[in-house]
Design a protein around this ligand. Structure first.
Ligand code: TYD
Ligand code: MG
Length: 455
């Protein structure tokens, strides 16, 4: 049967297909991302094409596997987030707001690798800054003597030609949005350019076996600018986050083909660059004020690590305007749910109250295990009764008000004990395996018991 070519219009950002061109993609709300593409439909089959495919060899699931060599960076927080070191031939996308410290971090990675293994050559290619600017940063970090090879260019063709000949172990592209391929007819930073440049670089990294780091800018919505497919193309996606006004930064793995996701690395931005934070709980609790209402310490788990943090709530009367709810660092839908449960199951009246919730220090958390701590912070603010400052809380709350078990209670309690906490409020099914020494645990099975607790 004859091949029949038709055209369709495909969004380069999310892949949605339209029969006609339109300016805005209805599915991802991006503008000017829809491009015309040829498709071969009815009657076309690869079996009829002139060049025949070759047969694939299938193998059993068992068999010897290749063990990955890991390149250590000497920065333990990065080694942990990447799953034990950098895997040669892998591509890592690092996203984050401007000025958060991505360039600083990656320069420190280069210097770290060069120091541990001088035979592993590191290349730092900046498309954003001139050589002098990077040198000033290196000097500030005290890394000017590190054998990192530095270049400032945006031409992907030149980069590929150079790296093809070079013997590199780690290559940094800062940033992928500045890279340019002259064969692609659109401006640098456009979806088509970003995708084509990333494709060329990743292909080269796989073939030559170097670790490719690409810095990606973040849009207002907090995702990496350019095509979503960029995240699918790479092996690892790391987000570097933090609040402007705070000095600590969190490196979070959201995708990792060579390790666990949701692992975090904590850093502090100092005058001489990023410094690893070995005890994040102590840092997050450092500015806690004793004896104030609305503050509750939550024993959370981030990746493989327990992290204690302060949850702050402020409940105040809304006056004549509608009740406001504002959340920083947690899911606002989850807060609405907790407030609804507290109203329905504990008889609290929150509908005429503004409720503000803040995870102190600018940390972002997503664990439902924080529910109970949030509920206690809200009740503490509402009743204006401070919670004991040596108490930690964790537990998930269900719609009928029941408090549910969460993962790794032992690890949470151990961390709390290490930091000198003496009381804990925990879900009931924690029951049997409590072996936490001096910590006094109180089990709460339902939120209606919380209110008595405050009397
Ligand atoms: P940078 O790495 O340039 O951020 P990005 O590449 O993510 O845009 O870091 C910029 C900020 O970090 C800048 O505001 C200054 C600050 N900084 C320090 O506080 N200490 C340092 O040692 C360095 C190099 C930067
Ligand atoms: Mg930068």
């Amino acid at each position: 049967m004859a091949k029949k070519n038709t055209t369709e219009f495909v969004c380069q950002n999310c892949g949605a297909v339209y029969p006609k061109w339109q300016g805005k993609c209805d599915s991802c709300n991006e503008w000017n991302t829809i491009e015309e593409q040829q498709t071969q439909t009815a009657g076309f089959s690869v079996l009829n094409s002139r060049k025949k495919g070759s047969l694939i060899d299938f193998v059993p699931l068992s068999g010897s596997q290749q063990t990955f060599r890991r390149i250590k960076t000497g920065i333990s927080e990065i080694d942990r987030v990447t799953g034990g070191g950098l895997v040669p031939g892998s591509a890592i996308l690092v996203g984050g707001d401007p000025g958060i410290g991505k360039s600083t971090l990656l320069l420190q990675v280069c210097a770290g690798v060069s120091k541990l293994a001088p035979e592993d050559k590191c290349y730092y290619i900046s498309g954003e800054e001139a050589i002098d600017q990077v040198r000033i940063r290196a000097k500030r970090l005290g890394l000017e003597d590190s054998p990192v090879k530095l270049a400032s260019t945006t031409e992907v063709k030149d980069i590929v030609a150079t790296l093809e000949k070079a013997d590199s172990a780690v290559v940094i592209i800062d940033s992928i949005q500045t890279m340019y391929l002259e064969d692609v007819e659109s401006t640098p930073g456009s979806v088509a350019q970003v995708r084509a440049a990333a494709y060329e670089l990743i292909k080269l990294a796989k073939r030559k076996g170097f670790v490719l780091f690409m810095v990606g800018h973040v849009t207002k919505q907090g995702t990496i600018a350019g095509p979503r497919v960029l995240e699918h193309m790479v092996d690892t996606v790391l987000y570097f986050e933090g609040e402007r006004g705070h000095h600590f930064r969190i490196l979070r793995a959201v995708k990792n083909r060579y390790g666990a996701t949701d692992e975090i690395g904590v850093f502090e931005m100092q005058d001489k660059g990023l410094v690893e934070v070995e005890n994040p709980s102590a840092l997050f609790l450092a500015e806690r004020q004793g004896n104030v209402s609305g503050s509750c310490v939550f024993a959370g788990i981030e990746g493989s690590r327990p992290v204690l943090m302060e949850i702050q709530a402020l409940v105040s009367s809304s006056g004549y305007s509608g009740a406001k709810r504002a959340v920083v660092g947690w899911d606002s839908n989850r807060l609405s749910m907790i407030l609804a449960v507290l109203e329905a199951r504990c008889g609290l009246n929150l509908s005429a109250q503004d409720v503000y919730l803040n995870i102190a220090g600018g940390l972002k958390i997503s664990e439902p295990a924080a529910d109970l701590a949030v509920a206690m912070a809200v009740i503490s603010s509402l009743t204006n009764k401070p919670l004991p400052s040596d108490m930690v809380v964790f537990g998930e709350i269900g719609l009928s008000g029941e408090v549910r078990a969460v993962t790794q209670p032992g690890l949470r309690l151990k961390e709390a004990q290490k930091l000198g906490f003496t009381n804990a409020i925990v879900p009931p099914s924690f029951g049997k395996d409590k072996k936490t020494g001096t910590l006094k645990e109180v089990e709460i099975g339902n939120v209606h018991r919380l209110v008595n607790w405050f009397n």
